[in-house]
Design a binder for this molecule. Structure first.
Ligand code: NAP
Ligand code: G3H
Length: 489
């Protein structure tokens, strides 16, 4: 599995109860590259019986794992981080082919994930409870003390998306297992080669049998079955709002942590540094072809500086590098993940054109490659003002003032992040205070990292909070043991 994989078709199996296992059905899902449609590899399409066995194994392994000392669990993570770093070249080659991400971004995703895993191991050491005296509550005496410890939740089902197949799988696995849970990972089908490779890294690091398991199969076929499985104690999901909503509708009494879609706005006020703003907007909107939850997905700029800003953005968009990530190392615009994704982006582009938005750059497509597209004078009756394209198209909406920008930003069903560009700290806080999002970036593009910061979406963008310490907290619960001292006097 860890041999030189370039130009070689990969056949991966699932890690179940410590064994690399094929599906008895003999069925595989073929993974084709979004770059040139070549066959990259195959993963098993698991049956429901195999899913049952996987969850049973995770359930059984949890009994011992939760009693394994935290320092031993942390050791596995440190080893996994080191192995992951060693495998950066191999894994980059798989990731480039599987999801079409450029080399530089693949490498930085993998190295960032190694740092994430190490930081999680460090953070686990300060996992502690508290003791609460009873007599701080009216009417109680000193004889009652609550000893509060943190307990794992049990079996965590981790479902990851295609766009960060290593980082968004590891950011679920590492905090879950260090806290004493066991994990069943269901990676995105396009991204499952990376997901299974990551499982191999954890296995090599010494994760015991059953502590980390994987399930591959199309979400549309096995998704409902796994999320409603009796052995799931917690679901940690990253993906679209559509699937997240479905999961929250069909599950019951299972806690959920969800990172979903977004429509992050960059709000530009009249005193903004326009060069800094334009650079941030362009890298925020177009890197990895806009296939990032935190991509800048609309610009709300006040009329006074709109012409100047648009000119600067246009200049930069025209200079973006476009093409094949196998040929250009840090290419910005790559083919989208599949033709359905490209069709959707083109649909939004066409509707904006028909409704009178001014096309400044792009608008064209070749196969899965949608050229970087920039629209000015987008209005609120256009789908592009509200929908998440997950592609390289940026709408500029001109507004009369900051209050109109805030109103349009908040009218979105999403609430992941927003950015405000201004040199006036009072204005920055005025806007930040009023935005209905998880995070506001002042004078920076919207983005997730550093990964120990809290990361969350409100409204249709998510449930709960990620971020190393927050993820560990989310996947543990307090357990109170109350000591009642007997007064023998
Ligand atoms: P997606 O289509 O929702 O898929 C996400 C995961 O859900 C995949 O593993 C998918 O498996 C699985 N799935 C599909 N149907 C399912 C079902 N019925 N039950 C359970 N699981 C099911 O999302 P994506 O296209 O991979 O990722 C893009 C979306 O994710 C965008 O909307 C983006 O904004 C969002 N995202 C959000 C964040 C965040 O932190 N807020 C981060 C990254 C991405 P299959 O691949 O087998 O279908
Ligand atoms: O797609 C969602 C990722 O969590 C975004 O991470 O802002 O570091 O690109 P990023």
């Amino acid at each position: 599995m860890f041999s030189n994989i370039k130009d070689q078709e990969l056949i991966f199996r699932n890690l179940i109860n410590g064994n690399w296992t094929n599906s008895k059905s003999g069925n595989f899902i073929e993974i084709y590259s979004p770059i040139d449609n070549r066959l990259v590899g195959k993963v098993p399409a698991m049956t429901t019986e195999e899913v049952d066995y996987t969850f049973e194994s995770a359930r059984k392994a949890q009994e011992e794992w939760k009693n394994t000392p935290i320092n031993k669990r942390a050791e596995v993570l440190y080893k996994a981080a080191d192995i992951l770093e060693d495998k950066v070249e191999d894994l980059t080659n798989i990731m480039m082919l599987e999801i079409g991400k450029d080399k530089k971004s693949c490498e930085s995703e993998i190295l960032r994930t190694a740092d994430f895993i190490r930081f999680t191991a460090d953070a686990s050491k300060s996992l502690s409870g508290e003791s609460i005296p009873g007599d701080s509550f009216p009417g109680f005496k000193r004889n009652k003390i609550s000893v509060v410890t943190r307990e794992p939740l049990g079996v965590v089902l981790a479902i990851s998306p295609f766009n960060y197949p290593i980082n968004l799988a590891a950011s679920k696995i590492a905090p879950a297992i260090v806290a004493g849970n066991t994990v069943v990972l269901k990676p995105a089908t396009q991204g499952s080669l990376c997901g299974l490779y990551l499982a191999k890294v954890f296995e090599e690091a010494g994760v015991p049998a059953g502590v980390l398991n994987t399930v591959t199969g199309k979400g549309s076929e096995i998704g409902d079955y796994i999320v409603t499985h009796r052995d799931v104690d917690f679901i940690n999901f990253t993906g679209s709002t559509e699937i997240g909503t479905r999961i929250s509708k069909i599950t019951s009494m299972v806690p959920l942590l969800m990172e979903l879609g977004g429509k992050d706005a960059a709000i530009v006020l009249e005193d903004a540094d326009l060069d800094l703003t334009a650079s941030n907007i362009v890298s925020g909107a177009y890197s990895y072809s806009g296939q990032r939850c935190t991509a800048v997905k609309r610009v709300l700029v006040v009329d006074k500086v709109a012409d100047a800003l648009v000119e600067k953005i246009k200049e930069k968009v025209e200079k973006l590098s476009i093409g094949n990530p196998l040929e250009i190392d840090d290419v910005n615009i790559v083919p989208l993940i599949n033709s359905k994704a490209a069709d959707f982006v083109v649909e939004l582009i066409e509707e904006a054109k028909e409704k009178g938005a001014k096309l400044l750059v792009g608008g064209n497509r070749e196969g899965n490659l949608v050229y970087p597209t920039l629209f000015d004078y987008v209005t609120t009756d256009m789908r592009l003002a509200w929908e998440e394209p997950f592609g390289p198209v940026l709408p500029i909406i001109r507004v009369k003032d900051k209050d109109e920008a805030i109103a349009i930003a908040n009218e979105s069903k999403y609430g992941l992040q927003s950015a405000v560009f201004t040199e006036n700290i009072n204005e920055a806080f005025y806007v930040a205070d009023r935005l209905e999002v998880g995070t506001v970036q002042v004078n920076n593009k919207t983005e997730r990292g550093p990964d120990h910061f809290p990361f969350l979406g409100v409204k249709a963008s998510g449930i709960g909070t990620q971020g190393i310490k927050y993820s560990i907290e989310a996947m543990t619960r307090p357990k109170a043991t109350i000591i009642n001292l007997i007064d023998r006097k």
